[in-house]
Design a protein around this ligand. Structure first.
Ligand SMILES: [Zn+2]
Length: 148
């Protein structure tokens, strides 16, 4: 079976071997993103290998909405962003995942789409690669704000 990068990460999360894990929900894993160009950039991975949101059984879909809600509230409480961008696209990785991208007013392009500078080649996200030790206090803070 073909497995994309998200599938592999979900496998690691299930084995407790993913260092950027924030919280395990019933249907999803909430993790810190690979880069921190946007402080607090996180993702929510569906546990099941499904490509389309409307292919998720309806009862689980509704539970997932609540998990996304809890993750979003926890980010807001922790980071107080100007806006939280939430994206579920999956054109490159056929496994449902959301990008949760806190945006801040001091970002000169805060009214543009997320990753604006990166897609224009003005910023290399590798320069902002997440260091699991450095980000650990942030993960702890976000975790404490789940279901609070
Ligand atoms: Zn998958």
């Amino acid at each position: 079976m073909y497995k994309d990068v998200i599938c592999k990460r979900v496998d690691l999360c299930e084995k407790g071997k993913f260092s950027l894990m924030i919280h395990e929900f019933k249907n999803s894993f909430f993790v810190i993103g690979d880069h921190q160009y946007y402080r607090g950039y996180s993702l929510l991975y569906l546990k099941k290998h499904i490509r389309e949101l409307h292919h998720v059984p309806k009862a689980e879909y509704l539970e997932l909405c609540e998990e996304l809600y809890e993750a979003s509230i926890a980010l807001e409480k922790t980071l107080d962003p100007w806006k939280l961008n939430v994206m579920c696209i999956g054109n490159q990785t056929p496994h449902i995942h959301w990008h949760l991208i806190p945006r801040y007013k001091d970002d000169k392009n805060h009214k543009e789409l997320p990753m604006y500078e990166a897609t224009r080649g003005e910023v290399d996200l590798n320069d902002y690669k997440t260091n699991s030790e450095v980000v650990k206090p942030l993960i702890d803070k976000i975790r404490k704000n789940i279901y609070q």
